[in-house]
Write a protein that binds this ligand. Structure first.
Ligand code: KMH
Ligand code: ZN
Length: 270
């Protein structure tokens, strides 16, 4: 079986220090946390930038500061968000792609997102995909609902994303697809042949879905963006603590963990 790619989703756009006192917010804090996750076994870091007030921002320079600070410490794959926060415009959201990162997220459709709506029209999905292709950025296709897999297949058919595609199945967002084992099995069964996939289980579904991915040959995303707890009622000390647990579980199940360069090879990142 392919080595396991672990992504650490460090900050997110929605989580606050009130919910998780150890949430990294500044470029230095995010880079330090990325390095700790790298040492623990993560090969990709999924990043959301925050401004000086700690609010989510898609500002290109804010992402540049984080990218540079991380690359000074290690060769972990930098994957900025193009999802941003629900109130960001598509133009704002696309900014970090201009830094030509190795990867970036590409949300493949619209869904409810708690009390809000996460808007991704076909025209903008295509615009994001085209810009990523022009700049040689590998998209991680974010799927929150079944229909988004069909949208991704359409992108591939139009030649706007290369195949095999790489998916992130984000399951358990309130208002979108739940994070049960059956949901994961069904979503995986609908992916195009040869795709790679990772799973981001939200909240309490993070750990069980991660274990399933280890067994099924998928990959795993953990971190404060998706889940701030280590176990029921006990906050995680750091993102790295969540990564360390996945590494231990993978070792127990005989699945080796990929280095960043091995992850690049698995994902066809040049
Ligand atoms: N914050 C969500 C509305 C992504 O990073 O690409 C969108 C999101 C997806 O987090
Ligand atoms: Zn994100």
């Amino acid at each position: 079986m392919e080595k396991l790619i672990i992504t650490a989703a460090l900050t997110g756009a929605e989580v606050t220090r009130e919910q998780q006192p150890n949430l990294p917010l500044t470029a230095d804090e995010i880079a330090t946390e990325a390095y700790e996750c790298y040492k623990a076994g993560a090969s990709i870091v999924h990043v959301h930038a925050r401004d000086e007030k700690g609010e989510p921002t898609q500002d290109k320079e804010a992402y540049r500061a984080i990218k540079d600070a991380i690359s000074e410490k290690c060769n972990i794959i930098f994957q900025p968000s193009t999802g941003g926060a629900v109130w960001h415009s598509p133009e704002e959201r696309l900014q970090p792609v201009e830094l030509s990162p190795e990867m970036a997220t590409l949300s493949a459709g619209t869904c409810n997102f708690g009390p809000d709506v996460f808007m991704n029209s076909e025209a903008y999905i295509e615009k994001f995909a085209i810009r990523m292709q022009e700049l040689g950025v590998k998209p991680e296709i974010e799927v929150f609902e079944r229909g988004m897999i069909e949208n991704a297949k359409k992108l591939a058919k139009k030649g706007l994303v290369k195949t095999p595609m790489h998916f992130d199945l984000v399951l358990g967002v309130p208002g979108a697809c739940p994070g049960t084992p059956e949901d994961l099995m069904f979503m995986v069964s609908q992916l195009p042949e040869g795709s790679t996939w990772t799973v981001a289980g939200i909240g309490r579904s993070e750990l069980p879905l991660a274990v399933m991915a280890i067994v099924l040959g998928g990959h795993v995303r953990v971190g404060f963006e998706d889940n701030v707890y280590y176990s029921k009622g006990r906050l995680a000390k750091s993102n790295a603590e969540l990564v360390e647990r996945i590494v231990r579980l993978a070792a127990e199940m005989g699945r080796e963990v990929a280095t960043p360069d091995e992850a690049r090879a698995i994902l066809n990142i040049k």
